[in-house]
Structures are given as C-alpha cells and as structure tokens.
Design a protein. Structure first.
Length: 191
C-alpha cells in the first residue's frame, strides 16, 4: 500500500511554488531549476515539468507568487493615512513585522525582474500596484514619470531597510526615522 499524498491541482502547484521559494533562497535564480524544485519538494521531475514545462515558466510562477504575497501583506498593513511620511513609516514597519528575510530577498528578486524582457510584465504589475498605494498621498498632477520613479525608488529602499533591520544593523525606530526624513526630502524636490 502506498503512503503517497495526493493533492488537488492547485494545492500541488502551490507546494511546488513554495519549494521554488526555498530553492531560490538557497541558490538564487541560478539554483532555481525544475530539477532542484523536484528534489526540494520530494517529487519526480516529471511532476514538476507537468506544471512548469520549462525553467522560464517556473521562474514566472515564482515571481507571480512573490508579487501576490507582497500585495497581500501591503494590503493588510493598514496604511490608510494620507500623510506620506506616516505612510512610509507604516509601510516600513509592516514589512519589518510581517515579512521574513526570505520574503524580503524574494521581493528584491521581483524588483530585479524588470531587467529581463520576459519578466517585465511582473515588474510592471509590481510598479503599478506600489504606485497605486501611494497615489492618494501625493499630488499626482505633477510630473507622473518623476513621481512613479520616486515611489518605486522608495519601495526598493524600504525593502532594503527592512533587511538591514532584520540583520540587526539598525533598529526599527532608526529605520523609520530615516524613511520619514528621506520621504520629506524627496517630496520637497519633486517638480
């Protein structure tokens, strides 16, 4: 009698994506292969290939999952304030409290995805989502390109700062103070 666990399609696919996240955190994109995911998940390569026929589709699923996770966390942060300085501090605090080092590193991978033509749609979706979360706090009648670039830069900085706090090189309070000061300075310089 077999001790195999049979999972429905969506649950199995998610278990493979979860394995991909673990593999990514060990070896980055270079280590993220269908074979490595199969080994991590304890399943056959054929099973992984039935869900992800090639490496780009596996990486796409990984990035989609990281973006979905980020959206879920950000939406739960309660950053409904319209004060941009408070919103920046709340977003940073939420990232520190709700995201693991592994999740923050995965988000940095999504940020880097914009440099690859195949992954550009995920990057664009990440930028659009992040920008939409800030639009009600900033006068968007100004130069939208500059504003979007500034918002995007701050998302990257907040993720990096959360990682610095997690490493113990800065306290949460110090990071929030720096984030507020940077937000104030950036807003003062916008055209």
């Amino acid at each position: 009698m077999s001790n195999r666990t049979y999972l429905d399609h969506d649950t199995r696919r998610q278990s493979l994506v979860d394995a991909a996240v673990r593999v990514f955190n060990e070896g980055g994109f270079e280590g993220l292969t269908n074979a490595a995911v199969a080994a991590e998940a304890g399943v056959s390569r054929a099973l992984v290939y039935s869900f992800f026929p090639d490496n780009p589709s596996l990486i796409q699923a990984f990035l989609d999952d990281r973006l979905t996770n980020f959206k879920s966390v950000v939406e739960s942060l309660g950053t409904d304030t319209t004060n941009p300085l408070d919103r920046t501090a709340a977003a940073l605090h939420g990232m520190i409290q709700q995201l693991s080092v592994m999740e923050l590193r995965s988000l940095k991978a999504v940020l880097a995805a914009g440099t690859d033509e195949q992954r550009q749609p995920i990057y664009d979706s990440f930028v659009a989502f992040s920008t939409s979360r800030w639009e009600n706090t900033i006068d968007m009648s100004q130069d939208r390109t500059a504003l979007k670039a500034t918002i995007w830069l701050f998302i990257e900085i907040l993720i990096s700062m959360a990682l610095i706090v997690k490493s113990g090189d800065m306290t949460s309070e110090q990071a929030e103070s720096v984030a507020r000061a940077m937000t104030a300075a950036a807003l003062a310089q916008l055209p």
